[in-house]
Ligand binder design. Structure first.
Ligand code: PMP
Length: 450
């Protein structure tokens, strides 16, 4: 039953939450979660009647917005017909979801191993790579996020790894290209690309090529700042992987399913990995689902010997029915093309125009419905608006920015010194403009700290 959106009902929800819900990534007593009464399309609202335009798409996953009627109906129909069934059986929703996904993944990534989300997709991709090659190590990038479970957080290249790094050998980090904060003293994208590839190959030489099972990269690093790789970088990594027999894993958990204005970010670069992880947008997050798309050559490794891994809810029928409906909606409603067009024609020029007027904006980068504004104290020195990994008072400029956005009806995505502009891929032009106006006001607040 839909809860009554009254302040009293909201207070009760909040009281139970405060008493019993242990929240992710949070100091439990320092947070104040908003009680959400409902959501539709690009908006959600609280029990006080305040509406927010969601420029964060939840955690960058509601690629077709909230409560799309066709997906809700498909979940209801599946629940009525066959709510669940164990993974060892062939089930219509599961096989149809796998078929629709395999049809869209690049190259011969035609076998789909289903998981419950992104982190376990990464776990399984790395296990598959290790079993396929018989090698122990994985190379992963700094400035990356791959998930909150043990191995996924170990390959993650941001401070969340520090607390739970197992310290076991087997994961080696390297620097992927990022010209704005180049580790390679590069001044052009070409230099950044060439030097990053050279650095990667040197890392491989010193680690021992025959010990490396996989290189894992987000096609476009998302959480770490939406850093579009320079042209040629991913193709270069593909070549390096081929040269040394290393499995190339692209993590498309955030960038996949329309976010970049293509079905997958890999399509932007014409690169085909050996394994590709996905989650989030596959069914707009309506029911937890993720997976690994597996190449024919790697699938063949497990043709005669069993793959020693699985999950109780792998390919859960409700989640798969939601995926089938979501993919069909995206195809029928042209959501991917819409994200590309609106991103290029409306969002990008508007963000660049904001950057001209707001001195706190150091860089604008992205594509489709996948954009980041990097906020700085000083455009010349590029000093971040808040220090790396800042919390509490040290993070005040970003908190003030976010508070202003919310006061003007915009729910922003904020991470460290960045705000990411990641609305649903089917956001309307009018909604985009409404959100951009609130963003303009919030950036004036950020400007005060420069
Ligand atoms: N990989 C990437 C690129 C992600 O962005 C995320 C989640 N933000 C994950 C993996 C982990 O996904 P999940 O939270 O569904 O486990």
């Amino acid at each position: 039953m839909t809860p009554q959106p009254s302040p009293q009902a909201g207070a009760a929800v909040k009281a139970a939450d405060r008493a019993h819900v242990f929240h992710s990534w949070s100091a439990q007593e320092l947070i104040d979660p908003l009680a959400v009464a409902g959501a539709e399309g690009s908006y959600f609202w609280d029990y006080e009647g305040r509406r927010y335009l969601d420029f964060s798409s939840g955690l960058v996953y509601t690629n077709i917005g909230y409560q799309h009627p066709k997906v809700v109906a498909a979940i209801q129909e599946q629940a009525a017909r066959l709510t669940t069934f164990a993974p060892a059986f062939a089930v219509e929703a599961r096989s149809e979801a796998a078929r629709l996904i395999a049809e869209r993944t690049p190259g011969d990534l035609d076998k789909i191993f289903f998981t419950n989300g992104g982190a376990d997709a990464v776990e399984h991709a790395l296990r598959v790579a290790r079993l396929h090659t018989g090698r122990p190590k994985v190379l992963a990038a700094y400035r990356s996020y791959h998930g909150g479970t043990q191995q996924a957080v170990n390959v993650t290249g941001d401070p969340r790894r520090w607390a739970s790094d197992s310290g076991t050998a087997g994961v080696v980090h390297f620097w992927a290209p990022f010209l704005y904060r180049s580790r390679f003293y590069a001044e052009t994208e070409e230099q950044e690309c060439a030097r990053a590839l050279e650095h990667l190959e040197t890392t491989i030489a010193f680690e021992g090529p025959g010990t490396i099972a996989a290189i894992i990269l987000e096609t476009v690093p998302g959480t770490a700042g939406i850093m579009m790789p320079p042209a040629g970088y991913l193709a270069g990594v593909r070549e390096i992987c081929d040269k040394y027999g290393i499995v190339f894993v692209l993590d498309e958990v955030m960038a996949g399913f329309g976010r970049t204005g293509t079905w997958f970010a890999a399509d932007l670069y014409g690169v085909v990995p050996d394994l590709m992880t996905f989650a989030k947008g596959v069914n707009s997050g309506y029911v937890p689902l993720g997976g690994v798309a597996i190449s024919a050559a790697i699938a063949a490794t497990f043709a005669e010997r069993p793959y020693p891994g699985g999950l109780t809810y792998s390919g859960h029928p409700l989640a798969c029915a939601a995926a089938v409906a979501t993919i069909n909606v995206m195809a029928e409603e042209g959501v991917v093309e819409h994200a590309a067009r609106l991103g290029g024609e409306v969002l990008e020029p508007a963000l660049r125009e904001l950057a001209e007027r707001h001195r706190s904006v150091g860089e604008v980068r992205g594509t489709g419905m996948f954009w980041a504004l990097e906020l700085v104290r000083n455009r010349e020195t590029r000093e971040p608006l808040v220090p790396y990994n800042a919390t509490g008072q040290a993070a005040a400029p970003m908190s003030a920015f976010a508070a202003s956005a919310k006061a003007h009806g915009l729910w922003p995505f904020v991470n460290m010194n960045r705000t990411h502009v990641v609305p649903p891929c089917n956001v309307s032009e009018a909604e985009l403009k409404e959100g951009l106006a609130a963003l303009d006001t919030a950036l004036s607040v950020a400007d005060e700290y420069t």
